[in-house]
Design a protein around this ligand. Structure first.
Ligand SMILES: Cc1cc2nc3c(=O)[nH]c(=O)nc-3n(C[C@H](O)[C@H](O)[C@H](O)COP(=O)(O)O)c2cc1C
Ligand code: SF4
Length: 439
């Protein structure tokens, strides 16, 4: 199948402006400005494009929430990409950047925004500088700037680099950071689409890089063609980032609805060194782990089907864990990550991640007691659904997920001596996640 998103795999130099133009580039934008803004929103609504940043929220609906009479509106492209095991947005921005810029401009036209800000994670140095050059090329061709393509609408695009904080991927923390404030989530409502809730408190659409990369294709090919890919509730292509103990880790663009089994064994080459697959993290560190049973492997990768399994598709960063993975050690690494990344604004998340990490340290030192398992059962439940942003829930999920499916491994750590605990932990095989973090 020809790629819709990772077009660099079919046309390696598509990052170049001329190559992009020669291959239909910016035709989606030209098509869009011939329609009214509300018609553009309707096309994206009809396509049922769902946000690829994690929540899977309807993109067209998000755009339609923007009050049309507001004087100042913004589009913000979320390129913070910090979830462990997620490295799709980086490939898109490095190798097919004009498609993201074009998608963001179509979004900006749809809500009549005066500016687009691309918020890139702090480590994306080279990529950010290159993006500025790509934006300049588009500006010179009047694809952005004043009176774009003679439409009477003007809009500029700017790149802003964060400082490398996971929490700044959360949209309201991102907006604070972009404004020069402390990168902590805001109390909502007001939501970003509302007056008072967006960038500089003006109505703002925040979309993920991959979400926007879908939009030019939808504009050119129509909603029905888009819905012919994937499943009715989760249409379109998706980039699955496969990492961990995979034989062929990497980004795979496949229709939503592809099963775990097809993704892992047909595309990613199965588990490295011929080992058995023990567990799967479907969305990096932020959703519960799944045991690699036949039922799970035959589940389609859609927003609704993975939710039914008790986990979440999120940004679809699929981390594989082989038969030698120590699930207590793995959960401890993820809890460490969230403790480090918690912004500290809400007590359950700030204190909960701190104490959870202490319990894991105790278990791994061989000082665990049955009481520690009770604490691991109760603390995450007190962090779930009660915090300002979803990081509190994310931090609870590695604990609850591993306890649910691999409780026997926790019991091995209770009531054993320090040297015994060391021996158990030494068997653990490090799980190399992708570019995202230190899992
Ligand atoms: C802790 C946390 C981190 C997040 N990190 C990212 C991120 O790195 N990139 C991203 O696109 N969305 C991230 N999100 C989701 C955003 O808040 C937001 O839902 C998303 O950018 C909306 O775009 P979409 O509708 O196109 O998916 C994160 C959410 C949370 C709670
Ligand atoms: S849940 Fe955690 S990361 Fe999110 S606002 Fe509260 S303290 Fe900050």
């Amino acid at each position: 199948m020809e790629h819709i998103l990772l077009r660099d795999l079919d046309i390696p130099d598509i990052w170049q402006f001329d190559t992009y133009l020669a291959n239909g580039g910016y035709e989606g934008l030209k098509h869009a400005v011939k329609h009214s803004p509300s018609e553009v929103i309707q096309i994206v609504l009809d396509a049922n494009l769902r946000g690829r940043g994690g929540a899977g929220f309807s993109t067209g609906r998000k755009w339609s929430f923007i009050p049309q009479d507001a004087a100042i509106k913004y589009v913000v492209v979320n390129a913070d990409e910090s979830e462990p095991g997620t490295f799709k947005d980086r490939q898109l921005l490095e190798h097919n950047p004009h498609q993201v810029i074009e998608g963001a401009l179509i979004a900006a036209y749809a809500i009549q925004a005066a500016a687009v800000y691309i918020y890139a994670r702090g480590e994306f140095w080279d990529l950010s500088y290159a993006l500025e050059d790509h934006i300049d090329e588009a500006r010179q061709a009047n694809l952005l700037g004043e009176n774009i393509l003679g439409s009477g609408w003007s809009c500029d695009v700017f790149v802003h680099r964060g400082a490398g904080a996971y929490i700044c991927g959360e949209e309201s923390a991102l907006l604070n950071s972009l404004q020069g404030l402390l990168g902590q989530p805001r109390v909502r409502p007001p939501f970003p689409a509302q007056v008072g809730g967006g960038l500089y408190y003006q109505p703002t659409v925040v979309n993920n890089v991959e979400t926007l990369a879908n939009v030019p294709w939808i504009m050119l090919n129509g909603a029905d063609a888009y819905k012919a890919i994937g499943t009715p509730e989760s249409p379109g292509p998706k980039i699955f980032c496969v990492s961990g103990h995979a034989a062929r880790p990497g980004n795979y663009e496949l229709p939503l609805g592809t099963t775990f089994r097809e993704l892992i064994f047909e595309h990613a080459g199965g588990v490295r060194d011929g080992k058995a697959l023990k567990a799967i993290l479907p969305c990096g560190a932020s959703g519960p782990v799944l045991p690699a049973t036949d039922d799970v492997l035959d589940t389609p990768l859609t927003y609704e089907a993975v939710t039914k399994l008790g986990s979440t598709l999120g940004s679809a960063s699929v981390i594989l864990m082989d038969e030698n993975t120590d699930m207590v050690w793995a959960a401890a690494r993820m809890v460490h990550f969230f403790r480090h990344e918690s912004c500290g604004k809400c007590t359950p998340c700030r204190e909960g991640t701190f104490w959870l990490e202490r319990v894991y340290e105790r278990l791994l030192r061989g000082e665990g007691t049955p009481r520690d398992l009770e604490i691991l059962e109760s603390v995450p439940r007190q962090m779930t659904g009660v915090t300002l942003c979803a990081l509190g829930d994310f931090a609870a999920s590695p604990v609850l997920g591993t306890l649910q499916h691999f409780r026997d491994e926790y019991e091995r750590y209770v009531g054993i001596s320090a040297p015994e605990a060391e021996a158990v932990a030494e068997e653990a095989v490090p799980v190399e996640a992708g570019a995202g973090g230190e899992l």
